[in-house]
Design a protein around this ligand. Sequence first.
Ligand code: FAD
Length: 157
Amino acid sequence: MLLLGDAAHAIVPFFGQGINCGFEDCSCLLELLDRHGADWARLFREFEQARKINTDAIADMAVENFVEMRDRVADPKFLFRKMVELALEEKFPRLFVPKYAMVTFHRIPYVTAMQRGAVQERILAELCASIEQIEDLDWNKAERMVRSELTPLELAA
Ligand SMILES: Cc1cc2nc3c(=O)[nH]c(=O)nc-3n(C[C@H](O)[C@H](O)[C@H](O)COP(=O)(O)OP(=O)(O)OC[C@H]3O[C@@H](n4cnc5c(N)ncnc54)[C@H](O)[C@@H]3O)c2cc1C
């Protein structure tokens, strides 16, 4: 027996990903069926390997998003960081993609979005540590960090 969707991984609703997560289960299952046919034992095993890390990741990110929305969206420092984040995305569109965009607007696996999101948070924290306006952003340092810590993403058009 194979569980899909909320039956396998109900999550808190704060990333708005519940149904998409179930659809991803379906497309993963279809790909495995194309590859292995009705070899159910193998198919179920590979399905779990492919999906568990990703559904665990979105479960964690959905909780983090709740905390962010509850505690941080009125904080000027947080809003400034969001501004810098968007400027970095504009400058390095295939390298620096905000976590929210990776999850919501691209077909990037949740676990990849979570891991890259953590790296980007660290870069943002360092770049924003001693500035209060975007004009003071050290673009040379930003480019060095982004290019050395992030690999280019394959983004579907
Ligand atoms: C208030 C709310 C807001 C949400 N907002 C969003 C959102 O903005 N974006 C988003 O992506 N997701 C959202 N979700 C989550 C999304 O609705 C779920 O992730 C999605 O519906 C799960 O689909 P599913 O098919 O796995 O499960 P379900 O939709 O729960 O379907 C399971 C079905 O199984 C049936 N069933 C149960 N037991 C039996 C049985 N014994 N025999 C036969 N049938 C049975 C149920 O009646 C139901 O029809 C929200 C959920 C809630 C509750």
